[in-house]
Design a protein around this ligand. Structure first.
Ligand SMILES: Nc1nc2c(ncn2[C@@H]2O[C@H](COP(=O)(O)OP(=O)(O)O)[C@@H](O)[C@H]2O)c(=O)[nH]1
Ligand SMILES: [Mg+2]
Length: 331
């Protein structure tokens, strides 16, 4: 999510006033002293308030509408920032913007109403406006700071495409999740921080019959029993429930990963229960495994796809089918 970062009040005002000065200076000088003073000072007021209000407006417009945001991102955003505090800060900015607009109108009107012998008053009126503008913006500093912190955090959210068919890769560490992701997507996955885990997500894309399918590898989350997770990690999994169209569960039948098959099977059961979507077991490392190891794994993981170095199954076609189903469903 790409949100703008606002300059602090001092810098914001410096820019606004500098622009105002420049724009007023660009106006052609009038012979008539009154007309000249009025025109230049009105321009100063217009230019400075335009700049500030536009900056505030773009903050308000860019910020995601929490009632419309995709449920996955909603959960992610809500766990990353304090929504109420943020909305309060935005509310203050919006209120300030309205006050600025009112003051701008009032001061311009005052200048317009000046009589011939009052020409020297135009500049003090503009200065008065500057004073009011300065104190309003300085008061916003706390809100600007709060908003900027939020914007920086939201910038770091993983770039996950919530509208694509999405398959999540699960399984104990070292079973070959990253390897399978690489085999399927044939490219380096993008890595992204995810608020709920210290480890980085891997995000990859697979093109099947012109359909783009998203694969997400979730180290540190879907690689150990859910029952042993803390509250935050559980939230991280809950967020994925909005996203997952299916789960690929990678199994290592050789024990090389260090987790016995029974443990792997019970994690598989837990994840199935948690997600309630199609769950595809993949018995990996078939090139290393003995016949017995594979047979045992096949009994525990029914209808599993068998994969390994130089051993490819129909896993890709299966993923394509799931992607197609989802794509048709969302038409
Ligand atoms: N022989 C063999 N080694 C594999 C296979 N898949 C993964 N590995 C190896 O197993 C280790 C763990 O794989 P990795 O993909 O990093 O597992 P992850 O922790 O689940 O992502 C690495 O050394 C891989 O090279 C496979 O199909 N055959
Ligand atoms: Mg990995």
């Amino acid at each position: 999510m790409n949100l703008i970062i606002l300059p602090r009040s001092k810098e914001l005002l410096d820019i606004a006033f500098r622009r105002a000065r420049k724009e007023a200076a660009m106006l052609k000088s009038e012979r008539n002293r009154l007309k000249d003073a009025k025109g230049k000072n009105i321009r100063r007021i217009e230019s400075s308030s335009n700049y500030i209000n536009k900056a505030i407006q773009s903050v308000l417009e860019d910020f995601p509408d929490m009632t419309k945001v995709n449920p996955f991102y909603k959960e992610l955003i809500e766990s990353t920032i304090d929504i109420n505090k943020t909305l309060k800060a935005l509310g203050q900015m919006s209120a300030t913007k309205k006050v600025i607009w009112k003051l701008r109108k009032q001061h311009i009107m005052k200048i317009k109403e000046l009589k011939k012998y009052e020409a020297q008053n135009a500049t003090p009126i503009a200065k008065q406006f500057y004073g009011r503008l300065s104190s309003l913006i300085k008061k916003l500093d706390k809100n600007i700071e709060a908003y900027n912190k939020v914007a920086k955090k939201l910038k770091e959210l993983p770039h996950i495409k919530a509208d694509l068919p999405t398959i999540i890769i699960a399984g104990y560490p070292n079973t070959g999740k990253s390897t399978i992701m690489g085999r399927l997507t044939k490219s380096q996955p993008k890595v992204a921080s995810y608020a709920f885990t210290t480890q980085k997500l891997g995000i990859g894309y697979l093109l099947h019959n012109y359909l783009k399918i998203q694969l997400i590898d979730t180290p540190g989350l879907l690689d150990r029993p859910i029952s042993k997770m803390n509250r935050i990690e559980k939230k991280g999994i809950a967020a994925f429930r909005h996203l997952a169209d299916a789960i690929i569960f990678v199994v290592d039948p050789t024990m090389e990963c260090g987790f016995p098959l029974e443990k792997q099977a019970s994690l598989f059961k837990e994840i199935k229960k948690e997600f309630k979507v199609e769950t595809i077991p993949v018995i990996n490392k078939a090139d290393l495994a003995t016949e017995e190891e594979i047979e045992k794994a096949k009994k525990l993981f029914e209808k599993a796809f068998i994969e390994g170095k130089e051993i490819e199954s129909d896993l890709k076609e299966e993923i394509g089918k799931i992607g197609k189903k989802k794509a048709l469903h969302s038409l």
